[in-house]
Structures are given as structure tokens and as C-alpha cells.
Design a protein around this ligand. Structure first.
Ligand code: SF4
Ligand code: SF4
Length: 455
């Protein structure tokens, strides 16, 4: 697909939505973060009509710009629209328009390249500080050392398992996905990492041309497997493909080469295949850390947990907002408050574990296990325990050290095996692991300034 074809199709989709949107404001009214974004008093019709102005002209009222920039992708707006418009997509396009208006094309491209480079470096180093070549290979990552036994599998798999990039920072989660599929007899091809980018980083900087080229390349790799079903781990990749890229690809080419399904939906849909393997009781009171941005994932995760013998699911009655923890970075104080209140609620409820679904939730929460009287787990760890296998959570073990020298020393063998530059590894550990801590660990707690929304 030529880039012109993509842009024409993308603009066509935007035009259709602009025509359909009546600026009724229902999406704004349904949005859970308008207070936290400082636009709670704005007139819904005015603010949504301002979003249309931003898309058409690159500028609009301050309140509309603020709302668009504060979107955490909860998706409540999608349910609220009665005109068939996807307001979350419109807000994404508004952010693209603002980014385009703020920077020259060359600057947008540079920002996208820098962002991609930073993510690639962090993913490369953090995954290699935790995994052997064999495990990297299992996750579809090129081994650091040539491995002659590695053969390209040409059989059509049942599914493509698309990791995205960032789950490779906490690779035990991705490995657990593979363990589960192995156990229930699903064949898969693993794709992901920076070589199978979804293009979101360039999309955010406004560089649609490069973003679409990258996503198109990855789409074609999925299609070449002939599997027809792509399981997405990452909610950010899922939204990027299913709301931005795949419908545009379909409009431009008339083809839809595969369906994309969130991995947790796939597990829930295969619960009857899983059940016979849930042999070990896991006596645990578990609270689920929830994000509703991909419709149905919270409900599917709860159903999976309930199916595990011995699990008691505890509702902490905390707000569930956003696509995953990472997306709340645009509202840092609000995010810290939510995370602190959830930890406090978990302590009060006396749970054994606070379990998250997504990788960014796990990264941001896991080191709190050091300071609170319960474990921080990924739900697949609990599922794995019942099925009789485990993958070591090296990320949490390293992060809880909170000491870069101790971490580097612990990873000494893998640094040598992968021939990593120790100075670079050190700087990635500091900025990509230890500093990835929105709510500081106990002892460095900030004052709370924003009240979280009611449940
Ligand atoms: S996107 Fe839908 S809900 Fe939002 S203003 Fe437009 S028509 Fe109304
Ligand atoms: S996706 Fe969520 S945060 Fe963004 S506008 Fe819609 S409801 Fe608000």
C-alpha cells in the first residue's frame, strides 16, 4: 500500500467521522478524567465542537486542547456516542493535528526517531538483562549470538502472538502466555519487539507517513503467516491497530487479512480448554488492578481468576480508568493518587495479592511489594501456578533491589553473554527501570493534591 493511499484512506475516515459528529458533547460528559484534566466545568458542546476545529484547522479552544491532551484512552466515550463516531479516535486525530501544528515535519520525524530509538534501546537492554538467548529466541527476538539450530518455521500457526515492544521489559509475562498456549495445544508464531512496531511512537509525534509505513510493514508480516488471527498482548498496540491502522488499511485495500484479539479475551474464550489444566488449588485472596480501555478485558480477567480453584476475588471498589497505567502519565498527580489509594485499599482488605493484567501496570506497581503486606503479581502468574508452571519475575526481583550497582552485578553473566556495554546497561537500568516509578516507594511519598474520582 502506498503512503498516499494510506493517507487518503485515513483522511477519508476522518472526514466520515467529522460529518457524523454532531458535537452533542455526550462523549465529554461520559469521560472520567475531565475533572482531573481541569476542564470539568467546560460546556460539553463547546468542547467537542472545539475538537472538530482542531482536527480541521490545527487549532481550537484551550479547553478542547487540554481535554485532547489529557485523554487516557478509557474508552467510556465510545459507549456514549449514539452517532457511530469513535470519539477516542477523534481525540487521537486531534492530538496528531496539534503535534503537526506545533512542529515542522522534519522536527516531527526527528522526535519520532528519537522516541523509537529510546524505546528500542530500553527494550533491548532490559530484556537481555533478564533472558538467555534461548528465551529471547522463544520470544521471537534475534539472539545476540548466531544459533545454527534456529530454523524458520513455515507451517501455518493457529495464531500469531503479537507481543508488541514493551512487554519484553517484563518478559516473564510474555513467556507465561507461551507456556499457557503450549499447555492447551495452540500453535503460534511469536512476533514483536522493535522490528514489529505498531507505529504508535511516530503517530504520537504527528509523523503519519512513517507511522503508517511501519504499521503497514508489520501488518504484512502478520498477513504472511496466513494465520488469520493475531493475539495482541499490548493494549496500546491493540488500539493502534484496530482503531487507527487496520480500518485504514481495509479502506485503502478492500482487504482485512486477519482479526486482532486481545490475548486475555482469547484465554477467556478458551476457558473450557484451560479448565482441565487448572489442577492445583491456589489459596489466595486476590484484588484485580483494572483498566477498562479495551472493552471486556477486565470482565475476562475476572472470569479467568474465578475459574482458578482456591482464588477468592476481592473488589477494592477503586476507580478503573485508562487503557493501562502508562497512559495515565499525562495526569501524573491523579495517577499517583489512584495508585496510592489502591494500595491502601488492598491493605485494608487484607488481600494476599494485587494482580494486574498489563505489563506497564506490573512495571509501575511491582516494587511496592517491598513496602506493602501483599504480593504484586500478573494474573498469568496465578494461572500458571494452578497449571503447574512458573516463570521467574526477574524484573520485580531486580527492581526491588533499588540499587543500580547491585542490579548490574546480579546481571553480570547475561551482560557478558549478550556482549552488552555495561555503561549503557547501567544508564538503562536507572532511567528505564528504577525511575519508572510514578508513585515513589515508601519513604519518598509526595503530598496528595488531587482527589480521585468516585467509583
Ligand atoms: S463524537 Fe459522538 S458523542 Fe462525541 S460529540 Fe460527536 S456525536 Fe457527540
Ligand atoms: S478515551 Fe477515555 S479519557 Fe479519552 S476522551 Fe474517551 S472517555 Fe475520555
Amino acid at each position: 500500500m502506498s503512503e498516499t493511499g494510506f493517507e487518503t484512506a485515513f483522511n477519508g475516515r476522518i472526514g466520515d467521522m467529522l460529518d457524523a459528529c454532531t458535537a452533542c458533547g455526550a462523549c465529554f460528559t461520559a469521560c472520567p478524567i475531565t475533572e482531573a484534566a481541569g476542564v470539568g466545568d467546560a460546556d460539553p458542546e463547546m468542547i467537542t465542537s472545539g475538537i472538530l476545529d482542531i482536527i480541521r484547522q490545527g487549532s481550537g479552544p484551550e479547553a478542547s486542547r487540554k481535554w485532547a491532551s489529557s485523554c487516557i484512552l478509557s474508552g467510556e466515550c465510545i459507549k456514549a456516542c449514539e452517532y457511530g463516531v469513535n470519539p477516542r479516535f477523534l481525540l487521537a486525530v486531534a492530538r496528531v493535528s496539534l503535534a503537526k501544528a506545533a512542529k515542522e515535519p522534519a522536527e516531527q520525524r526527528r522526535a519520532g526517531v528519537e522516541s523509537f530509538h529510546k524505546t528500542s534501546q530500553e527494550v533491548k537492554f532490559l530484556s537481555r538483562l533478564q533472558l538467555t538467548d534461548k528465551a529471547l529466541e522463544r520470544l521471537g527476538q534475534a539472539p545476540s549470538i548466531y544459533h545454527p539450530a534456529h530454523d524458520e518455521n513455515t507451517e501455518t500457526p493457529d495464531v500469531v502472538f503479537y507481543t508488541g515492544c514493551n512487554v519484553l521489559r517484563t518478559p516473564h509475562i510474555a513467556l507465561l502466555c507461551l507456556d499457557i498456549m503450549d499447555m492447551i495445544g495452540v500453535t503460534y508464531r511469536v512476533m514483536g519487539g522493535p522490528s514489529h512496531c505498531c507505529g504508535i511512537l511516530q503517530f504520537r509525534t504527528g509523523d503519519l507517513e512513517v507511522s503508517s509505513r511501519i504499521a503497514d510493514n508489520t501488518l504484512n508480516k502478520f498477513a504472511e503467516t496466513k494465520s488469520g488471527q493475531v493475539l495482541a498482548w499490548c493494549p496500546s498496540c491493540f488500539v493502534q491497530f484496530t482503531e487507527n491502522m487496520l480500518p485504514t488499511f481495509e479502506r485503502a485495500t478492500g482487504k482485512r487479512p486477519f482479526d486482532m484479539t486481545p490475548f486475555i479475551h482469547f484465554l477467556r474464550d478458551n476457558l473450557e480448554r484451560l479448565r482441565p489444566f487448572l489442577r492445583t488449588r491456589v489459596e489466595m485472596r486476590v484484588a484485580l488492578h483494572r483498566h477498562p480501555g479495551v472493552a471486556g478485558v477486565v470482565e475476562a480477567a475476572e472470569e479467568i481468576l474465578r475459574a482458578i480453584p482456591g482464588i477468592e476475588l476481592v473488589d477494592l471498589r477503586q476507580p478503573a480508568v485508562g487503557l493501562q497505567s502508562f497512559n495515565l502519565a499525562v495526569l501524573p498527580t491523579y495517577k499517583r493518587d489512584l495508585q496510592l489509594r489502591e494500595l491502601e485499599a488492598a491493605r485494608e482488605a487484607g488481600v494476599d495479592a494485587l494482580a494486574a493484567v498489563y505489563h506497564s501496570d506490573h512495571r509501575e506497581l511491582c516494587a511496592h511489594e517491598r513496602d506493602w503486606p501483599f504480593r504484586i503479581l500478573n494474573i498469568l502468574e496465578i494461572l500458571g501456578e494452578s497449571m503447574g508452571f512458573r516463570e521467574e519475575d526477574r524484573y520485580k526481583n531486580l527492581k526491588m533491589m533499588q540499587d543500580v550497582d547491585a542490579i548490574i552485578s546480579d546481571c553480570h553473566d547475561l551482560i557478558a553473554q549478550h556482549r552488552l556495554d555495561p555503561a549503557k546497561a547501567r544508564s538503562v537500568v536507572i532511567r528505564g527501570m528504577i525511575a519508572d516509578q510514578p508513585l515513589p516507594l515508601v519513604g519518598a511519598m509526595p503530598a496528595l493534591t488531587t482527589a480521585p474520582p468516585r467509583v
